[in-house]
Design a protein around this ligand. Structure first.
Ligand SMILES: Nc1ncnc2c1ncn2[C@@H]1O[C@H](COP(=O)(O)OP(=O)(O)OP(=O)(O)O)[C@@H](O)[C@H]1O
Length: 258
């Protein structure tokens, strides 16, 4: 289970950032008093427009960012006090994951497998399963430099899952992928859910969320505006689809001036 309680993250801005944002204040509240829960056996989606605070939230859950305020626990472990216990149990995918482009997918997967302390037999078995599913075998011996965006994304996913994590945290997993690759990713997420894993994703694409997620949290300007099953969110907003629900919440946010 992931429990986020009253998460607030304030970034300190440097001079260049202050100029870019045309602000005199040196602070940016990226996430403001955000609370939600995600459970095993479900795909939870954090939805929101660009800059809403999705990546900040997922990075905080993944121990990569220290919350300014609030508590987060993953499988009962505190992300600050028990960060290594959390890291062992999560697979985190971000578009900023840097793969060493001189190496091959084959080398990379063994490298990360060993980093997690896995023996060769376990890495072999998991690699076979992941490489088969994502069609990586055909480019397993090419340099990462030479791979397309989709291939790199598929490899990043395989790498993030090599230690068979209980909790899978994917930031915009299908962003920039063609429909075939995107389908391979969503099918794997369903498979992980069926295995009883907790999957949490972020997306700004409402159709992705409607199809994939059991429950969603809608974030606007760093604040959680709705949480629940898609039906619950539609009921709350009096709408028929998630896109309309989003705009209803967005309209209210603008009205409130939040
Ligand atoms: N290191 C940082 N320093 C200052 N401000 C930041 C930093 N990282 C993010 N922000 C700001 O915090 C806010 C939330 O950013 P975040 O990346 O979490 O949003 P997001 O919902 O993931 O957006 P996107 O869909 O565009 O990736 C944005 O206004 C962003 O500009």
């Amino acid at each position: 289970m992931i429990e986020v309680k009253h998460l607030t993250k304030v970034y300190k801005l440097n001079k260049k950032q202050m100029q870019e944002l045309k602000t005199k204040g040196n602070k940016k509240v990226a996430v403001n008093d955000l609370s939600f829960t995600a459970k095993e056996g479900e795909i939870f989606g954090l939805l929101g427009p660009n800059g809403a605070g999705k990546t900040t939230t997922l990075r905080s859950i993944s121990t990569l960012l220290k919350p300014t305020e609030g508590q987060i626990s993953v499988q009962g472990y505190d992300v600050i006090k028990e960060a290594s216990e959390v890291r062992r149990r999560i697979g985190f995918l971000t578009n900023e994951l840097k793969l060493d482009t001189h190496f091959t997918p084959n080398y990379t997967i063994y490298f990360f497998g060993k980093l997690y302390g896995l023996d060769k037999k376990t890495i072999d078995e998991r690699k076979e399963k992941l490489f088969n599913h994502f069609g990586i075998n055909e480019f397993a011996h090419k340099k990462i430099d030479e791979l397309s965006t989709g291939m790199k994304q598929k490899l990043s996913i395989a790498v993030s899952l090599i230690h068979d994590p209980e909790v899978v945290i994917f930031d915009e997993p299908t962003n920039g992928l063609d429909i075939i690759t995107a389908r391979a990713v969503t099918e794997y997420l369903y498979k992980l859910k069926a295995e009883g894993k907790l999957v949490i994703i972020s997306t700004h694409i409402m159709t992705v969320a409607s199809k994939l997620c059991d429950r969603v949290g809608i974030i606007i300007n760093g604040t959680l505006k709705a949480e629940g099953t898609i039906e619950e969110v539609l009921k709350k907003t009096g709408t028929n689809d998630l896109e309309d629900a989003f705009f209803e919440l967005y309209k209210n946010t603008v009205k409130e001036g939040a």
